[in-house]
Design a protein around this ligand. Structure first.
Ligand SMILES: [Cu+2]
Length: 146
């Protein structure tokens, strides 16, 4: 039995316009970076805390004793230290304030990510890898807190 109900079917072509948000990472390794006041505060971090920002660190993917960036800038306040080590060489991130006090330390990891929290105060901090020999090999950098 066929109950043929002829109702015209309209196909609605829905055109989805994908807005591509281009992330402008304006860090090309120069140390005389003219204070780029681009509002980089749009990092929507899924942190349950009180509006802290996420500060990212990454170890050299090829296993060199180096971070991919040695000049990192952050805003003062509660921050999540987000460390990524895509290599099989163990690394961590330790942050010291300008008085030499340790304010954050991640786990030593290989091929994964680790986080820590830090209460950042304005000034010039230092970050380094605490695995023996790594800092001496140049695995350190400057964290400028504004
Ligand atoms: Cu290291």
């Amino acid at each position: 039995m066929h109950t043929s109900l002829l109702s015209p079917i309209r196909l609605l072509a829905v055109v989805a316009v994908a807005a591509v948000a281009a992330f402008g990472i304006a860090a090309c390794g120069g140390d005389d970076e003219t204070a780029a006041t681009t509002a980089a505060a749009d990092t929507t971090a899924t942190s349950g805390g009180g509006g802290g920002e996420t500060v990212g660190f990454e170890a050299d993917p090829g296993g060199e004793l180096a971070y991919t960036e040695t000049d990192v800038t952050a805003k003062a306040g509660e921050a999540t230290i987000d460390f990524s080590n895509p290599s099989s060489t163990p690394h961590d991130v330790v942050i010291e304030d300008q008085d030499g006090n340790e304010i954050a330390r991640t786990d030593v990891i290989t091929d994964s990510t680790a986080t820590a929290t830090a209460d950042l105060k304005p000034g010039t901090d230092t970050f380094y890898c605490s695995v023996p020999g790594h800092r001496e090999a140049g695995m350190e950098g400057t964290l400028t807190v504004k």
